[in-house]
Design a protein around this ligand. Structure first.
Ligand code: GLA
Length: 393
């Protein structure tokens, strides 16, 4: 994580004054191990928090201004606590602004102004939830600074709502939830319908999780994400002929779906729905094999997940497919799949620790030959969710 002394120096260069009142907060990025495009269908997901993310330094002001700056880009903004509106040209600042707006909607208007300095370590547009990390760290920090109760489940719901309604991206709850509630060395089994969750120790023995960044940027808003969501709603509509009260695809068992999928009129919509219901089943099967310590079977489920996202849900694209295909040729790889929304972004692979170096070298070479793009790799540890760094403040 970030060097705090350096960040404090940058904060004082930007804002002046003394370091006394500066509070420091951190939120991670996330990687999803399995359960993709299931969250907004009320299904289950299995993400984990990363050990890198966003560090936020914040200090109260005497007036009612909010000043947002980051070490990552030259874009900074100054607004008043009373006029918080979405503005495309405000770029990343719309995420923290969305949180300020959300808190006001929830009856927690800010009582004073603040200076903010963000330091992001998550590659932008990589699908590792840099935006959820900014949202969650901002919500946590503002609640703490305003002396309000800080509940990390509530924070994830509020942050998702802000992203849906203020920023206008209709994401599910997975990213904000993982960033807010992650725990070192644990993955989170989350039922996105009820928000019941379980922290599952992720024991990978001699195997490591390796993230591969295709460096093909993925834009959620511009992508087909919202189209997939409406196709799922269309499937629910058609299936209501058999299940009049059906709200979300995740409420059906695999058997119920299979017996009734012919009710879905459109062939493409039917394939989308099949992915969702089968993927939810794969999450359940993953829990069984992981509890039995059977990593090889978990790897096969990861592979099946990717293949379904490629063939049925059609959200992978040439770059993710090329990287996954290359990963699967390396000895010592149990499974490899895309993670996150798709359309570019990252893959996650389960690789024997003795093969990690070879994995990186071979996947890099094959991926570059196939796409002409240069990938990055992160051997991944699972970290904690959002928190205040009290001793440092
Ligand atoms: C993005 C969204 C999540 C989830 C994934 C796909 O990361 O923000 O809510 O839908 O895509 O699983």
């Amino acid at each position: 994580m970030a060097n705090l002394a350096e960040l404090k120096t940058k904060f004082l260069e930007q804002y002046g004054g003394s370091a006394d009142g500066i509070a420091v907060f951190q939120a991670p990025g996330r990687v999803n191990l399995i359960g993709e495009h299931t969250d907004y269908n009320g299904g289950s997901v299995f993400p984990a928090a990363l050990t890198f993310g966003t560090t936020l330094l914040v200090r109260p002001r005497e007036d009612r201004k909010l000043v947002f700056a980051t070490t990552n880009f030259p874009i900074s903004r100054e607004i008043s606590t009373e006029s918080v509106v979405f503005d495309e040209s405000d770029d990343w600042v719309n995420y923290p602004k969305g949180i300020v707006w959300e808190l006001a909607q929830r009856g927690i208007p800010l009582t004073r102004g603040y200076d903010f300095l963000y330091h992001g370590e998550i590659p932008n547009g990589a699908g590792l939830s840099s935006s959820a990390s900014i949202e969650v760290v901002t919500a946590y920090a503002l609640l703490a600074m305003e002396g309000k109760p800080v509940d990390t489940v509530e924070i994830s719901i509020w942050a998702q709502h802000a992203e849906n309604e203020f920023v206008g991206v209709k994401c599910g709850i997975m990213d904000q939830f993982a960033v807010a509630n992650g725990k070192k060395d644990h993955a989170i089994l989350l039922d996105c319908d009820t928000l019941r969750y379980e922290l599952v120790p992720f024991r990978s023995g001699d195997y490591r999780l390796v993230i591969g960044n295709t460096n093909k940027r993925r834009g959620l808003v511009d992508s087909k994400y919202n189209e997939r969501r409406s196709q799922c709603e269309q499937a629910v509509n058609d299936l209501r002929a058999a299940f009049p009260d059906l709200q979300l695809l995740g409420q059906l068992t695999l058997e119920q779906f299979r017996a009734n999928e012919s009710l879905i009129q459109d062939e493409t919509v039917r394939r989308r729905a099949r992915h969702v219901v089968e993927e939810i089943d794969r999450v359940a099967r993953s829990m069984e094999v992981l509890k039995a310590g059977d990593l090889a079977s978990f790897g096969k489920l990861m592979n099946a997940s990717h293949d379904s996202l490629r063939d049925l849900y059609e959200v992978t694209g040439d770059e993710l497919d090329a990287m996954v295909a290359a990963a699967r040729t390396v000895p010592g790889v149990l499974g490899s799949r895309m993670t996150g929304a798709g359309f570019g972004g990252c893959t996650i692979s389960l690789v024997h620790q003795d093969s990690v170096e070879r994995f990186i070298a071979e996947v890099k070479e094959k991926y570059e030959a196939a796409t002409g793009l240069h990938p990055d790799f992160y051997v991944c540890d699972i970290g904690d969710g959002v928190r205040q760094l009290k001793e440092e403040a």
